[in-house]
Design a protein around this ligand. Structure first.
Ligand code: BG6
Length: 499
């Protein structure tokens, strides 16, 4: 395999790039994920010299398009998402791209693909299609011997809709590809801010001694979106927030917050530690689901002063749908580090703003010598993952002057300001480059995924068995009031309720 190193100098630092030549095949080539996320991510990698010069990107789709028509089609979609794309650079980038019309379910169409691919280099198959196509794609690739030792397969979520269906998909794919050839994407793991969370925890001594039940009283993890389901009503109605966000993104964040320090950044070392967190989650029962899990759905309201529709009035959503657009829950991790510390997780659409953050609440001081102060914010570490990437540490300081009164103050670290000259990779860019490099650390291993499904399964089953109606919340708020009650019962509040 041809391979070469280039060294890029960014802001005084030298970065080694181990560029491997690869043929990158994108199934679902005319779909939204490819045109709005993957191609713009590859374009970014291209303009920053992070792709091998002989990389080929092969987009596969059922549309009858010439290469030139595909360039134009994908440019229009990409520019719509990311307006800083230059048409001149896109033209250069397109020299790497080829379009092949293919029906993924038709075995006869694969001989054309096989004759096109260079099996001497890494062949990557990115399955950005409905999971129902994973089976025929794997079978058909194998029929023309494209599941060879240099092949890698990338699986997009949703990988199944419950434990059994995800096991079936994994079992099936395992017939054709070994586990170290399988890259299960969770795009949150590709986010710079999420990797920074590991850096904060494991690159510094400051927090480790305090990062445990003796010093932490509760943890909140929120991924909030102001957008609704947009044009994805048909997909979303079969999925809901539990499967779309909690089973994967929120539980992955929980793993990174709660895992034991790994002894290296090696893929399996990290994934072993994340798996242990998932396995230590206190199993849910029907009773705990009813007490500790909130299911919500947005009704009409306003976001940024503009009226927005109720979920059931969105395109392709049945008017009697019970699908949740919001989920919040209280989880417990039964191990020596975390026993007794509640973890509150939530995610929802049409909420007041788009943000992802982790709030670590340290315990109150054991006895007070200063006059009592409103100190809701004291001893609180807030790690904001998006839209800004910040870390704020709140504590109490003496108010200036002739007084012993304390007031909350904070240390505020803004990563964008700190590293403003650096090229910031987006999640998909980093993940695609990791697939090309054969680096599995930021991908989800089969047993992790299984453990996550196993843990959420009682929620799916209880909601289904009781046909549990979601609590309605007004669009533009922070979700149903029961989500606040979940914390209020423990004498706590969501972070924004204190602002
Ligand atoms: C995806 C979900 O995985 O994540 C979407 O399917 C959601 O429904 C998206 O909008 C959120 O990702 P981000 O990166 O915008 O926070």
């Amino acid at each position: 395999m041809e391979e070469y190193n280039i060294t890029t100098k960014t802001n005084g630092k030298i970065m080694e790039n181990n560029l491997q030549q690869s043929d990158l095949v994108l199934f679902g080539g005319t779909g939204d994920l490819v045109t709005r996320k993957l191609l713009p991510a590859l374009y970014n990698a291209f303009i920053h010299n992070n792709l091998h010069k002989n990389t080929r990107i092969i987009a596969l789709g059922r549309k009858d398009l010439t290469d030139i028509e595909f360039y134009k089609f994908s440019f229009d979609k990409a520019v719509h998402t990311k307006n800083e794309i230059s048409s001149e650079m896109w033209d250069n980038f397109c020299k790497l791209i080829h379009y092949i019309k293919i029906d993924a379910e038709n075995p006869d169409d694969y001989s054309l693909l096989a004759s096109f691919l260079n099996t001497e280099v890494t062949n990557i198959y990115y399955l950005s299609t409905a999971p129902t196509l994973f089976k025929p794609i794997c079978e058909n690739l194998a029929k023309v011997n494209l599941n060879h030792a240099k092949a890698r397969i990338v699986l997009e979520k949703p990988l199944g809709h419950n434990l059994q269906s995800s096991n079936e998909i994994n079992e099936f794919v395992a017939n054709y590809f070994k586990e170290d050839q399988i890259y299960r994407i969770d795009h949150y793991l590709g986010k710079e801010s999420v990797q920074n969370l590991m850096a904060i925890r494991f690159g510094n001594t400051l927090f480790e001694a305090l990062w445990r039940r003796q010093w932490i009283s509760s943890i909140q993890i929120t991924i909030a979106e102001d957008l609704g389901v947009e044009s994805r009503g048909e997909f979303y109605d079969k999925t809901g927030a539990l499967r779309d966000m909690l089973q994967n993104h929120l539980l992955q964040l929980l793993c990174i917050v709660a895992m034991e320090p790994p002894f290296s950044l090696d893929a399996d070392t990290i994934r072993d530690e994340k798996l242990k967190v998932l396995q230590s989650l206190k199993p849910l029962t029907e009773e705990s689901v009813l007490n500790n899990v909130i299911r919500g759905q947005y009704k009409a309201g306003a976001i940024d002063g503009k009226p927005v529709a109720a979920y059931i009035d969105e395109e392709n959503v049945p008017r009697n749908s019970y699908t949740e657009t919001f989920v919040a829950l209280k989880a417990e991790i039964q191990n020596w580090r975390w026993a007794g510390v509640p973890f509150y997780l939530r995610s929802g659409k049409h909420l007041q703003e788009k943000l992802a953050e982790i709030v670590i609440q340290f315990k109150d001081i054991p006895c007070k010598i200063f006059p009592s102060t409103v100190n809701n914010f004291a001893n609180r570490l807030i790690i904001r993952l998006q839209p800004e990437e910040t870390v704020q540490l709140y504590f109490l300081a003496k108010q200036p002057g002739d007084t012993n009164e304390l007031q909350p103050v904070y240390l505020d670290l803004d990563f964008n300001k700190m590293f403003k000259a650096e090229h910031k990779q987006e999640g998909y860019e980093r993940l695609l480059l990791d697939v090309i490099r054969g680096q599995l650390t930021l991908f989800v291993r089969r047993d992790e995924q299984q453990a996550a499904w196993k843990w959420v399964e009682p929620i799916i089953n209880t909601w289904k068995k009781l046909n549990l109606a979601p609590k309605l919340y007004t669009s533009g708020t922070w979700g149903p009031s029961t989500a606040s009650t979940l914390l209020a019962r423990d004498g706590l509040s969501w972070h924004e309720e204190l602002l």
